[in-house]
Design a protein around this ligand. Structure first.
Ligand code: ADP
Ligand code: MG
Length: 421
């Protein structure tokens, strides 16, 4: 029988911390097919932020298991929990339901000797313009998101508009944007439109095209002169859900996501400096911003492998450099081969449910080269079909692969397949 495992925990940390500060993910699966049964617990290391990939075909349990990880964070002892935060970028609109207990899988929870529970430390933010839609759908909302145009960069807008870097449109946009930045004042879309309109060097066609792009941008109601501050939104011990499922512009979603990701990494770098400084001077460790894990649903839309979008560079940066300052990453996707390889190659933990294509198996192999794609395929195919939520977990720290059945959720899962009842 396998021992209790802490996925993502190095052997040194395992000796020191044993199974403390770890989340309960599920149980080891032993045997195959109908004979498969569950044995000891599989835990997840929460001492450090990790770069995690959750993949598998539609309806296999990806969102469900991401929520299990979040529930475990929310269930940590108060003192530990207060050092961390989770931020969920949710274009699907399913994480708000963590506020409520899972009353639909009562029998399963009893089998696992668990009790349903909702979490009030889950806070939901939505774009202001769609607020009434959420209210009408009876989705509890804690606040609205808006971002200040002056916090973005010209590059962000160029990517959001899909402009060629060296095109006349991009160059005119960049020049006017940067001159507003240099003025040192906050500015909104109107100010940028005015600046472009009075640009004597730009052609009328260019001005008109930019004005129309910017007008559409401002109509979504998210990008303004004043925006919310990330330090006001993210509180230690909490899960912040940015639900933009009802905001239909993927470009605006990537703009928000990129900016938030960049700000969070920046705040953690600042905080880390303070923490180091207080260690050197012998004072109490002073944390100004919690260690934060970022969760991306439909991650291929935010850091795709075939083009750059406004959030690409920031997410790649977190994947590569986030561990040191304390920013973790969970990317969730049906198609790992559609995620940028810079993110895949940095993943130290993979939870993979069944996959549909050879390309996706190849992508997994790129993350974890110890096993050949054929071997990974074999392991995935051996997962018992009758146990919903069965996955393989690839663990870089332990250099092992485990077959695991993810535990049932204690909070309500709103992401199940739509069904006519
Ligand atoms: N570990 C699990 N235990 C019990 N039921 C699960 C588990 N994982 C998934 N399910 C069931 O499967 C459904 C689909 O899971 P979900 O995570 O929404 O799929 P997707 O991979 O598309 O994100 C859920 O609504 C839930 O009923
Ligand atoms: Mg899902």
């Amino acid at each position: 029988m396998p021992y209790e495992t802490v996925v993502g925990r190095t052997r040194d940390d395992l000796e020191k911390f044993r199974t403390n500060v770890a989340g309960y993910l599920g149980k080891h699966i032993v045997g195959t097919g109908e004979d498969a049964h569950l044995t000891t617990k599989v835990l997840l290391d929460l001492l450090k932020p990790h770069v995690m990939l959750i993949c598998g075909k539609r309806g296999s349990g990806k969102s469900y298991s991401a929520a299990v990880v979040i529930e475990e964070f929310l269930s940590l002892p108060e003192e530990t929990r207060q050092k961390m935060a989770f931020v969920v970028f949710d274009p699907v609109g399913i994480y708000w339901s963590m506020k409520f207990p899972n009353d639909t899988q009562t029998k399963l929870l009893t089998e696992w000797e668990m009790e349903s529970k909702g979490f009030e430390n889950v806070k939901v933010y939505v774009p202001e313009k769609q607020l009434t839609e959420y209210e009408e759908a009876e989705i509890p909302v804690d606040g609205t998101i808006s971002i200040a145009l002056s916090e973005l960069t010209a590059e962000d807008l160029i990517l959001a508009f899909g402009l060629e870097r060296t095109s006349e449109l991009a160059v005119t946009l960049e020049k006017n944007f940067n001159s507003l930045v240099e003025s040192g004042n906050k500015f909104g879309v109107d100010d940028l439109v005015d600046s472009i309109a009075s640009d004597v060097k730009a052609r009328k066609e260019t001005k008109d095209a930019l004005t129309s792009l910017l007008t559409v941008l401002s109509q979504w109601g998210v990008i303004k002169k004043e925006g919310v501050k990330i330090t006001d939104l993210i509180k230690p011990g909490q899960v912040i859900v940015f639900d933009f499922s009802r905001l239909k512009s993927q470009e605006i979603r990537t703009l928000i996501t990129g900016l938030m990701t960049r700000e969070i990494l920046y705040q953690r770098i600042l905080s880390r400096k303070e923490e180091e400084l207080s260690k050197i001077t012998g004072g109490n460790a002073k944390t100004t911003f919690p260690i934060t894990w970022l969760v991306f649903e439909e991650a291929h839309g935010f850091v795709p492998n075939d083009r750059d979008v406004s959030s690409s560079a920031d997410i790649k940066k977190v994947a590569k450099e986030g561990r040191e300052p304390g920013v973790g990453l969970i990317t969730i996707t049906q198609q790992p081969n559609k995620i940028h390889p810079d993110v895949l190659s940095q993943s130290d933990i993979v939870i993979s449910f069944r996959l549909t294509s050879k390309d996706d198996l190849e992508a997994l192999h790129r993350v974890y080269q110890t096993y050949m794609p054929e071997e990974l395929e074999k392991l995935i195919n051996k997962l018992p079909r009758h146990l919903i939520g069965s996955a393989i977990i690839l663990d870089d720290a332990l250099e092992k692969v485990f077959s695991v059945n993810i535990r049932p959720r204690i909070s309500w899962h709103s992401g199940g397949t739509a069904q006519i009842s």
